[in-house]
Write a protein that binds this ligand. Sequence first.
Ligand SMILES: Cc1cc2nc3c(=O)[nH]c(=O)nc-3n(C[C@H](O)[C@H](O)[C@H](O)COP(=O)(O)OP(=O)(O)OC[C@H]3O[C@@H](n4cnc5c(N)ncnc54)[C@H](O)[C@@H]3O)c2cc1C
Length: 382
Amino acid sequence: MDFSFSEEQNILRDSVRRMMDKVATPEYVRRLDREQAYPTELYDAWVELGLLRLPFPETYDGLGGSVLDMVIIAEELARKSADFYMAYAGSIFCGLNVARKGSEEQKRYWLPKLFSGEIKMSISMSEPDAGSDVGAMRTTARRDRDDWVISGQKLWATGAAAKNNVINVYVKTDPKAHYRQGMSLFLVDNDTPGVELRKLEMLGRRCTGTYEIFFNDVRVPSERLVGGENKGWDCILSGLQAERITSAAGNIGASLACFELAVEYAKERKQFGRPIGFNQAIAHMLADMQAEIEAARTLTWRAAWMVSAGKDALREISMAKLLSSEAYVKAANMGMQVMGGYGYNMEYDMQRHYRDSRAATIAAGTSQMQRNIIAGLMGLKA
Ligand SMILES: Cc1cc2nc3c(=O)[nH]c(=O)nc-3n(C[C@H](O)[C@H](O)[C@H](O)COP(=O)(O)OP(=O)(O)OC[C@H]3O[C@@H](n4cnc5c(N)ncnc54)[C@H](O)[C@@H]3O)c2cc1C
C-alpha cells in the first residue's frame, strides 16, 4: 500500500499553495467575506495557472489531470475558504459534464471559453419543493420550433450571478415520465432575457453567493441542450462521484485550516501563566480534531484512488463526503471553543469557518442522504 503522491502532484500542491498564499491573503479573504464580493482576482489567478483546464482531456486542450490531482487542488483552495473552492468547483463540474455528455460541437464551443475564463459555470438543480428529492422538480422546458422555452423557479444556486456565468440548469422536458427519463440539461447565460436572479441572505459562503433564479419563459436555442432530450439524469450521474469526492477534499482543506488556527492559538495564548494548550482539556480537543480530520482525509484519498483506478467507489465516496463534512463542522466548533471570545469575534477567521462549515453537511447531498446511500448498499433500502 502506497499513500505517497507523485513528484508532479507535490509540485502541483506547492504551486497552488503559493498562488493561493499570494492572492488570497488573510485581508483579502476577510474583506470579500465582509463585502460579500465574488473572488474575481482569485478566479483569474486559477485561469492563469491552468487550473480550469486541469481535469479535462488533452484532446480538448485540457491537461489530462486525475481525480487525485483534483483532490489536491480542492484541499489547497478550501484551506483559504470553502466558499472560494465552490466558485472553482461550479465551473469544473459543469464543464466536465459538457466534456462527457456534450456533442463534439458543444465541447469545441464551450470548453475553450471555460479554460480562458471568458465564461464561468454554475449548477442549478434544487427548487423550493425539490431538494434531496430532485425528482420533485417542476421547472420545465417545452419545445417551440427550433428553440426551447424554460419556465419555473430554482433555489440555492451557488455562483449563479457571477460575471459571464452560464447556468447549467436541470429541468423536466417530459413531466409525465419518471424523472430519470424526463429530465434534461440546458446551458443558459445568466443575462438571457427572462432570467431573474436574487441573491439570498445566507449564514456563510457569502462571496460566491447563493441565488434564487426565476426562469420567466426563457428562450434558448436547441444547441443549449446537453446530452440529449430527457437524458439529464445520465448527465447528473456521470459527474456525481467526482463531484462528491472533490467536495470531500474541500471539506478536508477547510478543516485543516481550522485545526491549524486553533493549534497556533493554543500555543500562543497564555492564561494562568502558561499556554492554554498545556491544559489537557484543550490539548485533547486538538488531538480529537486532528484524528478526525486525518481519518476523513485518508478515506477521501482512498476513495479518490479507487475512482482513478476505475473501481466503483460509491460507498467510499459517500462515507468520505459524510465524514469530511462532519469533521469540518466539528473542527470549526471546537476551534471556536479553543479560541474563546476571539473565536467568536468577526475580526478572526474561526467565526467564518463556523458559518461556512454548516453548509457542508447540507449542500451536494445532505449527511442523511449519504447515510441513506451507505445503508442502501448494505441492502437496507426504504
Ligand atoms: C450553501 C448552499 C449551496 C448550495 N448550492 C447549490 C447549487 O449550487 N445548486 C443546487 O442545485 N443546489 C444547491 N444547494 C441545495 C442543496 O443541494 C440542498 O439544500 C440539499 O440537497 C438539501 O435539500 P433541501 O435544502 O431542500 O432540504 P430537504 O431535502 O428538504 O431536507 C431537509 C432535511 O430532511 C432530511 N431528509 C430529506 N429526505 C430525507 C430522507 N429520505 N431520509 C432522511 N432524511 C431526509 C435532509 O437530510 C435534511 O436534514 C445548496 C445548498 C446550500 C445550503
